[in-house]
Design a protein. Sequence first.
Length: 572
Amino acid sequence: MAPPAPLFAGLFRAGTDDHALSVSAEWATFEAQYQEWAAAGLRLVDLNVEVTDGVPRYSGAWLPGSGVHALRVGLSLPAFEAEARSLNPQGMRLIDLEVYVEGGQRRFAGVWDASPNGYLFQADLDSNELAFFRQILPSTGLRLVDLETYVENGQRQYAAVWNPGTGSHALRTGDTWPVFQTKTQELAAQGLRLVDMEAYWEGNEWHFNGVYREGSDAYQVVAGQDWNAFVSTWSAASQDNLRLTDFQAYSPPPWASEFDKVMDGKAMGYSYAIVEAGQMTTSGGVGYARAPYESSAPGVAMTASTRVHQASVSKPITATAMMYLVQNNGISLDAPFYPYVSSRWPGAAAGVNQVTLRQLLTHRSGMAGWGYCGDDFNASMAQLLATPLVSTPGSTQAYSNGNFCLLRAVIEAISGMDYVTFVRTNILQPMGITAMSCMPDAVNPTLYYAYGAQSPGYLWTTDYTSQCGAYGWYASANDLAKFLIGIQNNTVLSASTAQLMRSQQLGWWGAGTLGGAASHHNGAWLTGDGRGSNTGIVLLPNGVAAVLLSNTHGFDIIGSVIEAYNKGPYAL
């Protein structure tokens, strides 16, 4: 069967002996092949592990060999190191290594062959440590034969295998494919041959590492091929007396496929955008903004440019605006907010004048829960402020739209501008965002649907201008990707201010991922009969960020984004 990983890379070296290739097998099948081919005089020389839907799939290249051999998979680093120590006295050395994530844990796999010579295995090296060992170990008679890279706690790490050897050697890391191809050809002209290669995703493209040793034989290197193309390459190389010695199946980040699984045909439409290293690298839309059965303007497609009601995803926008004023106006987060609005709404309840800006941003104001800012904003806020506190400010976290309705008024009081104009001028426009507003589109606006139902879409026609601080912005996936890029790139907030906002969850929530801490906010808007929306933005580790918007209510947006991130190459 065709393997699930869509891209394949391979290194072919001169040879005329028997050879074999197994691709994308589950463990039971792969282990049986390993034993069968070992009995036929073939030895596994390269192992590749891809985890698909939580299930490891194994690929390998075999060449003739004899003597003792071993294969171990799915081990933690301590267990792998212990296994390596136990195999060494049996006359075996590590020749190939794989590092991958299974079940949320980093796993190691290795191939050992017969050799009386020792070897060195290292893991969790940073780039400086790798460079140091590359300088000193060759003088001890060791040569690098395999290099794996992964991200641990947001930092790129390396695992290395060194075998005894002599002669010239080289290492390339982090090359794009065109550069890697060119450098490999240049090194070949200098008498060096590629012995190990690895592809990994970083930024918005694939990067390649390569280990080179002295050699003069014929060779061929390919990457980025689909399965049919790779089979053709393998067959042609075999006819040309070339044998596969290094193989990799590698998958692009699984955002679209993972989102599609989550929506499972139950969403009328959804859109998404992915940010990597300060650039929007992937975006798209699936399904409909307006269902095909609507009587008016039916069948309008959902795209990454389709504006959707953001509900509480509006709060991080308001938080960013508030932090902009804190940063640039010398305002303390621990200053009471009420003096800024007391002239507008006198007569607040006892204790309200002690509530701080920080407490509004973190939903620890102690004020009564307030679902809506109200169609009459002034009357609604006067009522909220006159209502007795329900808890001591700072003592209890209780989510309330009222906190961010009031922050809108604070922003207006400090800036002297209405909230929407201030946010557009000082936050959105510097980030390159021009299409966001607090009202639905005038022509063919997005409609909202119930989970898995064929109901007519609902349209909120409300002008949310007075309520945008808490839940009123309309934005597309592309708009919000620009917003996340602006936060990452410190477009309007300094690095320290942005970090303060995120780490103290000022208008954002926190979550854990396999790669480290994430900051996020979701949004939900719902009618009494189940029609509505779910939205979310997430700042993820390693320079990744994501937007996922649905015009159908009933989805765990943030959980879906984090799950897709954890299954991708970023968190390895």
